[in-house]
Design a binder for this molecule. Structure first.
Ligand code: SF4
Length: 252
C-alpha cells in the first residue's frame, strides 16, 4: 500500500482542490445580518473600511500579541503551517471544498485563520473568536453571525485535525466593548462556547445549504429589519434587490 505522510494524505483523501467559486467565511456569516448584503459581498461588492472596523482590528492585534503562546500552542501552530496555502491576496488561507448536489452548489470556502487558538494540557484545541462592539451588551444580531462563523471555522479546520496530534474541541466567542479609538477595550463579560461534534456539523451544513439556496434565489430572500438599511453604504444600497427591485449580479 502506498505510504503517505499526513499532509499528502490530507490533500489526497480529504481536501480535493476543486475551485469553482471561493467564498470567505466572514462573508457567509454576513447572511445572518442581511442576506442580500452578504450575497453582494460574495459577488465582489466591497464595503469601505470604517473607523469602527479599524479600531476592532487594532484591538484584535493588541489581544493576540498580549501573551506568548504556550509550548503546546507553538506546537499546534507549527503543525498547522503546512496546511495553509496562499490566497489571491497573497495572504495564507485555509480552504475546504464544498459540494451539494441538492442545490447545485460547488465551490470552496476559505478563511485567513482564527483570531487565536487555545490548547489545554490534554491537547484539546479551541478556536477563539473576538468580537468588538460599541455597546456593553450583546444582542441576537451579534450572536447569530458570530456563532455561525465560529462553527464554520471548526468545519474548515476539522479535516486537518484528523492528521495532527491534537483534538478539535470547539470554539469560543468573546465579546469586547471598544473604548476610544486607540485599541482599548473592556470585556463585556459574555462568552459563547460551542462543542464541535456531529450534531454541530449537521446544523452548520443545513445553514450553509439555506444560505446558498437564498443567494441562488435572491427574490426569495428574507428582508432584514429596516434599521439595518439606514446604516447600509450606498455601494450596497444601489445594487440591493430590496431597494431597486432588480437582481444585481457581477455580470450586470
Ligand atoms: S439596503 Fe438593506 S436590504 Fe439592501 S443590502 Fe443594505 S441592509 Fe440589506
Amino acid at each position: 500500500m502506498e505510504k503517505l505522510n499526513p499532509i499528502e494524505l490530507y490533500r489526497k483523501l480529504i481536501h480535493v482542490p476543486h475551485i469553482v467559486r471561493t467564498i470567505r467565511a466572514s462573508c457567509l456569516s454576513g447572511y445572518w445580518y442581511c442576506s442580500e448584503k452578504a450575497r453582494l459581498q460574495a459577488l465582489g461588492v466591497e464595503s469601505e473600511t470604517s473607523n469602527e472596523a479599524a479600531t476592532g482590528t487594532l484591538i484584535h492585534k493588541n489581544i493576540t500579541t498580549a501573551r506568548n503562546p504556550s509550548p503546546l500552542e507553538v506546537e499546534l501552530n507549527e503543525a498547522l503551517k503546512p496546511f495553509y496555502t496562499l490566497g489571491e491576496d497573497g495572504e495564507p488561507i485555509i480552504s475546504r471544498t464544498y459540494k451539494n448536489t441538492k442545490i447545485q452548489a460547488d465551490g470552496t470556502f476559505i478563511t485567513h485563520g482564527a483570531d487565536e487558538w487555545k490548547v489545554t494540557n490534554d491537547r484539546k484545541t479551541w478556536i477563539i473568536e473576538y468580537k468588538t462592539k460599541t455597546s456593553d451588551y450583546v444582542t441576537p444580531v451579534d450572536l447569530a453571525p458570530a456563532r455561525f462563523q465560529n462553527k464554520l471555522y471548526c468545519w474548515l479546520f476539522a479535516p486537518i485535525f484528523s492528521v495532527i496530534p491534537f483534538t478539535l474541541a470547539g470554539g469560543q466567542i468573546i465579546f469586547l466593548k471598544r473604548i476610544g479609538r486607540n485599541g482599548n477595550f473592556e470585556p463585556i463579560g459574555q462568552t459563547e462556547q460551542m462543542f464541535w461534534n456531529e450534531e454541530t456539523e449537521l446544523q452548520l451544513l443545513a445553514d450553509i445549504e439555506r444560505i446558498l439556496w437564498s443567494w441562488n434565489n435572491p427574490e426569495k430572500q428574507i428582508p432584514p429589519m429596516r434599521y439595518k438599511c439606514l446604516r447600509c453604504p450606498l455601494t450596497f444600497k444601489n445594487k440591493c434587490w430590496f431597494q431597486t427591485g432588480k437582481i444585481w449580479s457581477s455580470e450586470t
